[in-house]
Write a protein that binds this ligand. Structure first.
Ligand code: NAD
Ligand code: ZN
Length: 342
């Protein structure tokens, strides 16, 4: 099969002919139809410091996908050839305290698809049946392809109650864009999106942001006051990984607010802990998705009218993977999809 492979340490990915994955008795083999490019894939392609200490080549990369089941192991009863599925990219151990208690998203022994095991930028991908999610017939396949980052958006957006609350979204990358639509769907009053990139601010408005501000030009508290917030934001979703963004969010919060942190900083961040203490804020780190409550929520929110499709802005055949990766790297895009059917 053809697959996008990190062949050896160093920058770049190669489209290579590699053996199809071999499945075990508990596994599902999926013919990949569409995939999404994630920041993680860009890090692996560029071979930055994180990739150099994390990735062991050769590795098939990629973890955001939708495809059709083509074969199942002998223990698998609830997936059949032809089923449209996506995969949860965190393969957990199943035996630690949290896994045994059903809190699999807290597993400390997680192995990432396309990071610690061969991934989905390939014609076929294999996963344990416990990592496979059924889609309903008729779902938009591009939306289905990005359930993994959509799940990051939903898990973060629902970390604190948002019904009637005023929400700050810091960073309008693909995940911040989807989170904007989610908090709107979940009943937030005002949704202020903070994002330096004008192309992404424009998409944020299409996703339901009340206003989209450039944090270099607008004070976030002032933006809130103009809308009629009395004290500040009730909930902030940190989706930029930028130190200044986290500090600005904490400064703009109302007493008792919640800050859900998904963005992964590349450096240590100094915070004014006095502000956190005296405002009685809750800061919560978010990694991955809840298995499988987040997946259930994604499904039912789409079925009840949530639309995340405007976050998808670019499509390429997998043969044009270099152009697809260049678009994703440019930062002027929403989600970039690669089509593995043509
Ligand atoms: P992205 O890099 O495409 O988007 C980040 C956005 O933040 C960019 O548009 C950038 O312009 C913006 N930004 C930069 N400085 C800012 C500032 N000061 N204020 C506001 N916005 C600013 O990333 P993405 O794919 O949307 O992912 C969002 C973040 O979540 C990234 O940091 C990513 O590494 C992280 N992530 C975490 C998990 C997890 O499980 N915790 C999973 C996936 C991604
Ligand atoms: Zn575990």
């Amino acid at each position: 099969m053809l697959a996008l492979v990190k062949v050896a340490p160093g920058p770049g990915l190669e489209l290579r002919d590699v053996p199809e994955p071999v499945i075990g008795i508990n596994d599902v083999l999926v013919k990949v139809r569409r995939t999404g490019i994630c920041g993680t894939d860009l890090h692996i392609a560029a071979w930055d410091a994180w990739a150099a200490r994390t990735i062991v080549p050769p590795l098939v990369v990629g973890h955001e996908f939708v495809g059709q089941v083509v074969a199942v192991g002998s223990n698998v009863v609830d997936f059949r050839p032809g089923d449209l599925v996506s995969g949860e990219g965190h393969v957990v151990c199943g035996r630690c305290r949290h896994c045994l208690a059903g809190r699999r998203h807290l597993c400390a022994n997680t192995i990432g698809l396309g990071v610690g095991r061969d991934g989905a930028f390939a014609e076929y991908v294999a996963l344990p049946m416990t990592n496979v999610w059924h889609h309903w017939p008729g779902i938009d396949e591009e939306v289905a392809a990005i359930f993994d980052p959509f799940g990051n958006a939903v898990h973060t957006a629902l970390a604190f109650p948002v019904l009637g609350e005023d929400v700050l979204v810091s960073g309008a990358g693909p995940i911040g864009l989807m989170a904007t639509a989610v908090v709107r769907h979940a009943g937030a009053r005002f949704v202020v999106v903070s994002e330096p990139n004008p192309a992404r601010r424009a998409i944020a408005l299409r996703m339901g942001a009340t206003v989209a501000v450039d944090p270099r030009e607008r004070d976030l508290r002032e933006a809130g006051r103009e809308l009629g917030m009395v004290e500040g934001y009730d909930v902030a979703l940190e989706m930029s990984g930028n130190p200044a963004a986290l500090r600005a969010a904490i400064t703009a919060m109302a007493h008792g607010g919640g800050v859900a942190i998904l963005g992964i900083p590349t450096e240590e961040i100094a915070l004014d802990v006095n502000e956190i203490v005296f405002k009685m804020l809750t800061l919560r780190g978010i990694y991955g998705r809840e298995m499988y409550e987040t997946w259930y929520k994604m499904t039912v929110m789409l079925q009840s009218g949530l639309d995340i499709a405007p976050a998808i802005t670019h499509r390429f055949s997998f043969h044009d993977h270099e152009a697809a990766f260049a678009a994703a790297r440019s930062g002027d895009v929403g989600k970039v999809i690669m089509d593995w059917t043509a």
